[in-house]
Design a protein around this ligand. Structure first.
Ligand code: NAP
Length: 283
C-alpha cells in the first residue's frame, strides 16, 4: 500500500508505523493528530514521513485510527465520508461494539475493518512506539463479513506481515471477554496503586520496600486515563459485572482470613495456580 494515513501516532499508531515502514520502505506514512507538537515529535522520531490533515485522506490507500475509543466513534463516519471507494479503514480501539455501531449504516461500511490488537505497554504518546510490538500477538477482528473481500485480504496480508495471529469475534463477545482479561486488570492495578499510595504516605518507603511483585502488579496503573476513561464508559455494563465478581472474591478471601480458615486460603491460591498452565507461552 502506497499512502498510509495514521490518525493518532501514539503507542499503537506509532508502533504500527514503524513495522509497516520497515517491511515496505516505499510506503509513505502520513500522520494526523490533534496537536501539532505530537506530529512534530512523531516526525522527529521518524515514525511518520509527513504531516497531514483529514482533508488529505481522499488520497489514502489505508487509514488507521489509533485514538481513544470515544474519539474513534466520533471521527470514523467522517473518515469514511472522505476516503476513496478503494481505500481500507481500520481502527485499533480496545472496545468494538460502539465503534461498529457508529458506522453500521454508513454507505462505505464495507471499506471498514474493526480490529483490536492485543498488544501494548503501559506507556503512551509517540515516544512509546516500539518495533515488533505485534509479533506473535493476537489481533481480534470483528464483523469481518461486513468488509469487502478484497479489502479483507489486504488487511490480513498487513497483519501477517507484522506477525499477528488472527481471531474472529462478534463485537458483543469481544467487549464481554475483554472486560475480564484486560479492563478488570487495569482497574485492579489502578486501585491497588491507590490503596498503597494512600496508606504509605512516604513515597521513599514505597520505593525502598516494594518488591518486584508490587511493581509488576501495579505496572498497568501507569496507563493513560485519557485512553482508559472512554473504554470504561463504552464498556460500562460488562466492566461493572466483572467488578462485582472480583469484589465478591476479595470479600470471600477476607472472610476466610477473619475466620482463620487458612486451609481454605491455601486452596483458593492453589486452585488459582492453574493460571500458570493457561498463560504458559505468553511473555
Ligand atoms: P496513545 O499512546 O495515548 O496515543 C493516542 C493518540 O491519539 C495521542 O498521540 C493523541 O495525540 C491522539 N488523541 C488523543 N485524543 C484524541 C482525540 N480526541 N482526537 C484525535 N486524536 C486524539 O494511545 P494508544 O495506547 O496508542 O491507544 C490508541 C488506541 O489503541 C485506543 O483506541 C486504544 O483503546 C487502542 N489500544 C491500546 C492498547 C494499549 O495497550 N495501549 C492496546 C490495543 C489497542 P494528540 O497528542 O495530538 O492529542
Amino acid at each position: 500500500m502506497k499512502n498510509i494515513y495514521i490518525i493518532g501516532i501514539g503507542l499503537i499508531g506509532g508502533s504500527l508505523a514503524i513495522d509497516i515502514k520497515r517491511n515496505d520502505p516505499e510506503t509513505v506514512i502520513y500522520g494526523i493528530s490533534r496537536k501539532d507538537a505530537t506530529l512534530e515529535e512523531a516526525l522527529s522520531l521518524k515514525l511518520i514521513d509527513k504531516k497531514a490533515t483529514l482533508d488529505d485522506i481522499s488520497n489514502a490507500d489505508l487509514v488507521i485510527l489509533a485514538i481513544p475509543v470515544d474519539a474513534t466513534v466520533k471521527l470514523l463516519p467522517t473518515v469514511l465520508d472522505k476516503i476513496s471507494d478503494s481505500a481500507l479503514v481500520i481502527d485499533a480501539g480496545s472496545t468494538k461494539l460502539d465503534i461498529c455501531k457508529a458506522v453500521e449504516n454508513h454507505p462505505k461500511r464495507r471499506n471498514f475493518l474493526a480490529m483490536h490488537p492485543i498488544a501494548g505497554t503501559e506507556y503512551s504518546g509517540p515516544s512509546a512506539a516500539i518495533s515488533n510490538l505485534f509479533v506473535g500477538k493476537t489481533n481480534i477482528i470483528c464483523e469481518v463479513e461486513k468488509t469487502t473481500f478484497k479489502l479483507q485480504e489486504k488487511a490480513l496480508e498487513l497483519f501477517k506481515s507484522i506477525g499477528m495471529r488472527i481471531r474472529y469475534m462478534n463485537p458483543e463477545a469481544h467487549d464481554k471477554h475483554i472486560a475480564y482479561v484486560s479492563h478488570l486488570s487495569h482497574i485492579s492495578s489502578f486501585m491497588l496503586g491507590k490503596t498503597v499510595i494512600e496508606k504509605e504516605k512516604n513515597e521513599r518507603d514505597i520505593f525502598d520496600m516494594a518488591g518486584s511483585g508490587f511493581a509488576s502488579t501495579v505496572r498497568l496503573a501507569k496507563s493513560s486515563p485519557e485512553m482508559w476513561t472512554p473504554i470504561f464508559r463504552q464498556n460500562k455494563t460488562n466492566v461493572i459485572e466483572t467488578l462485582e465478581e472480583y469484589i465478591n472474591n476479595l470479600a470471600h478471601f477476607k472472610k476466610l482470613m477473619e475466620s482463620d480458615d487458612f486451609e481454605a486460603v491455601f486452596d483458593e491460591m492453589k486452585n488459582t495456580n492453574h493460571i500458570k498452565d493457561i498463560l504458559e507461552g505468553i511473555s
